[in-house]
Write a protein that binds this ligand. Sequence first.
Ligand code: URA
Length: 270
Amino acid sequence: MQGFGRRRDLYNGGRVGVGWPGEFGVVGASGWEILMEIERLLQSQGFGSRAECRALVGSGRVSVDGRVCDDPAARFVPDALSFAVDGEAWSYRRFAYLALHKPAGYECSRRPVHHPSVYALLPRPLVMRGVQAVGRLDQDTTGLLLLTDDGAFIHRYTSPRKQIAKVYELMTRHVVDDRQLAALVDGVHLHDEERPVAAAACAQLSERRLRLTVTLGKYHLVKRMVAAVGNRVEALHRSAVGGFTLPATLSAGEWMWLEAAELALLARSE
Ligand code: URA
């Protein structure tokens, strides 16, 4: 296989340019594009410290657009660059946006106490680059968990002012009656909340099954609301956030990238 020599070839999704050591940019299809050394690019994507990434490249374990790159100082246009580490394909992303189908029995914490962490379900580079859960689900709650390393996104989707809809399907211990349904929509008093908390929507799916939409993101919110009307949540699953529904093809424990289309669906609810 061919490596990269002193004169640096710049490959990026069909856009090919040539760079020299010390060059910091190249004029590409979309104007002036910043070049990044492969060791720094890998570091930004969670493959270790700068020194670790330098060693990774130097030992021939990295390829770019199908060609081994063993020069840690080779520069590339990072945007959407395809590379592989030990044969596993990746593409450069300035920020990582993920959806995880959280199984029961996992804690949304990096330092879990009683159960394994949801971060154990993700590839190591994603954890290393610092993706965080966007809000938390209880250990026994299943369903859609968003994760990202984009702090502004986390702020936007957890801010109470944004009123992002979160849809939960739940099973109750007792049959739900009309009084309980009405109370959930009219608002219930939770002991540490000044104002009543109301569901944005509540549909009864069967005697003991509800679909509840809330816009707040408070600790044990759904369980506390259901308890406040005299019932109890026996199973809780988050099926959607904003305009994005957990895909039926994503099994419990699996994760997927959120691409522009899914991000647009999420944003539709803002
Ligand atoms: N409300 C809860 O009670 N638990 C969750 O995990 C999410 C919302």
